[in-house]
Design a protein around this ligand. Structure first.
Ligand SMILES: C[S@@+](CC[C@H](N)C(=O)[O-])C[C@H]1O[C@@H](n2cnc3c(N)ncnc32)[C@H](O)[C@@H]1O
Length: 266
């Protein structure tokens, strides 16, 4: 389908069916989240929300690590993504699925012990999102934001070899700017920043398949013509840099920001 550059709003509807197969999912952030939950792990029930949950690629890993005491609310504004999530829900975990924007979620205040947002925060209005999280989290509740920063985006296979990938992807947060916005809110304290490094190996064929499937919404920021030209150049760059097209190696990096809701003064 021909699409004008920068029109990414329909992207998630287009990729919903194949999104899970196109992206790489890592267990490490889930294990890190579990390790940070502290006293919550001893509660008989834990209420959590995943915002911008997509098809639940990450949040559906949470019950595997936290068991059936977890009650999960999934929120995303895209109906197609939520339809895929609903198909994948196995109902071993108590759950609710809400179609909603991250900045205004129809739930009561102080509903959740913790909330997560995986690979989605750069799509949100950050200040509004943080204000909404402060409303729906209990006092002392934790907000886990898993993302790649602009700095990290430069180091991956796309940032290094796909023309204009970083120039076009300005929605991702620079770490400093993100931390500054958090510091400006009076509602959260940045408790930790956990950095992840993943050694990847893939074939050129698979990388082309991912780019053509627009596994990153960044690719919608190209016109059809400029995308084809950039993809050709990417193949040339990879072929020049790596001797074996079946074994392209690189490193992906991500950050897990851990925010704690500051207790309200009584
Ligand atoms: C890159 S996907 C990530 C999905 C999932 N968290 C994952 O890691 O696979 C971003 C998701 O955020 C959703 N999204 C974007 N902007 C949103 C907003 N303002 N409110 C709620 N969801 C939003 C999209 O519909 C999409 O499902």
């Amino acid at each position: 389908m021909a699409r004008s550059p920068k029109d990414v709003s329909a992207h998630f509807s287009d990729v919903a069916e194949v999104y899970h197969d196109l992206r790489t999912t890592d267990q490490e952030p889930i294990i890190s989240i579990k390790n940070q939950l502290g006293h919550l792990l001893y509660k008989p029930s834990i209420n959590a929300a995943d915002i911008g949950c997509g098809n639940g690629r990450y949040s559906l890993l949470l019950p595997q690590h936290l068991g059936d005491r977890l009650r999960l609310t999934f929120a995303d504004k895209n109906r197609c993504m939520l339809n895929m999530l609903t198909k994948r829900l196995d109902h071993t975990c108590s759950s609710e699925v809400i179609q909603s924007s991250a900045e205004c979620i129809p739930v009561c205040e102080k509903s959740f012990d913790f909330a997560t947002a995986f690979n989605a925060v750069h799509h949100f209005k950050l200040k509004d999102f943080l204000a909404e999280m402060a409303r729906i989290l209990k006092d002392g509740g934790l907000l886990f934001i898993y993302t790649r920063t602009q700095e990290q985006n430069r180091c991956n296979i796309w940032g290094k070899y796909f023309p204009d990938f970083c120039k076009k992807e300005t929605r991702l947060w620079k770490e400093r700017d993100f931390c500054r916005v958090v510091a400006q809110t009076s509602q959260f304290a940045l408790q930790d920043s956990v950095y992840f490094t993943y050694r990847r190996v893939s074939s050129l064929e698979r990388l082309i398949e991912q780019a053509e499937g627009h596994h990153y919404s960044t690719f919608w920021l190209y016109s059809d013509k400029s995308f084809r030209e950039a993809l050709d150049r990417f193949q040339q760059n990879i072929t020049a840099q790596f001797t074996d097209p079946a074994k392209i190696q690189w490193t992906d990096e991500n950050t897990l920001f851990v925010l704690k809701k500051i207790r309200e003064a009584r």
